[in-house]
Design a protein around this ligand. Structure first.
Ligand code: ADP
Ligand code: ADP
Length: 228
């Protein structure tokens, strides 16, 4: 369902971030993307939600080649892909409820359905009781839970996360992982770039290791494999 074929990415400054990537990720998989800083992990996952375009190669998501789609079609594509960032990227002037509802309002869901769905996903991340709070009234872990709720509110087939526990303490990171696991249990594909060695070595899943823009390791129940 996600398939990359011979993907190369050279940034305008000449840096070769991806140097021939081919990979297949099936619906329902949980994949960690690991590797040293600067290896190309972020660029790799940006390809999947068309934040960056490949210089050459194919990126097929559910049969559509993202290398070919027009910029105007990107919002449509992203309805089927949830994205979670290290720094949450919540809208500070909107409440928790409004941050999560936003994606549904854009597609003109009925107010009744919006309310039902937002409360469902806030329940999933255990934040129903903070629906009226603003992001700056929440802890980092709570903000990340809101951003996860936002990422799944449209029921996407895929959730892509770039270092989702990077700003969080260990206990909070485990809570966040528990939520990702529950989302994955429902059949949602998870692709997560991470530097969190304890998590990767404990919750054993597929590990794709990237170094210098190439996949150097791809294991079914892999290990983190780096010192730091
Ligand atoms: P990682 O996520 O593994 O740290 P990145 O994908 O962020 O790696 O970066 C891979 C390489 O591409 C690095 O050398 C980085 O400096 C470079 N790079 C990343 N983004 C850009 C950009 N927008 N413009 C130029 N170079 C970039
Ligand atoms: P809890 O385990 O906290 O009781 P549930 O697992 O019952 O929560 O999920 C609460 C709601 O979240 C469900 O009604 C469902 O619609 C929604 N939900 C759960 N997993 C996903 C998912 N992967 N993608 C989208 N929505 C989901």
């Amino acid at each position: 369902m996600i398939e990359m074929q011979d993907v190369y990415k050279t940034y305008p400054n000449g840096v070769i971030a991806l140097n021939g990537i081919s990979v297949r990720i099936k619906q329902g998989e949980f994949v960690y993307v690991v590797g040293p800083s600067g290896a190309g992990k972020s660029t790799f996952i940006k390809m999947m939600y068309r934040e960056e375009k490949p210089t050459s190669g194919k990126i097929m998501i559910n049969g559509v080649n993202l290398a070919n789609i027009k910029n105007s079609k990107v919002p449509l594509l992203r309805r089927n892909i949830g994205i979670v960032f290290q720094d949450f990227k919540l809208l500070p002037k909107l409440t928790v409820y409004e941050n999560v509802a936003f994606a549904l309002e854009v597609i003109e869901e009925s107010p009744k359905n919006i309310r039902k769905r937002v409360m469902e996903v806030l329940d999933l991340v255990r934040l129903k009781h903070k629906a009226r709070f603003y992001p700056d009234e929440l802890s980092g872990g709570e903000q990340q839970r809101v951003s996860i709720a936002r990422s799944i509110v449209n029921n996407p087939a895929i959730v892509i996360a770039d270092e989702p526990t990077g700003n969080l303490d260990p206990d909070t990171s485990w809570e966040i992982m528990d939520i990702f696991e529950r989302i994955n249990d429902r059949g949602t594909t998870i692709v997560m770039a991470t530097h969190n060695r304890e998590i990767v070595n404990t919750i054993r899943r597929r590990v794709i290791a990237i170094e210098r823009g190439k996949i150097v390791r791809d294991e079914v129940k892999g290990e983190y494999g780096y010192e730091a």
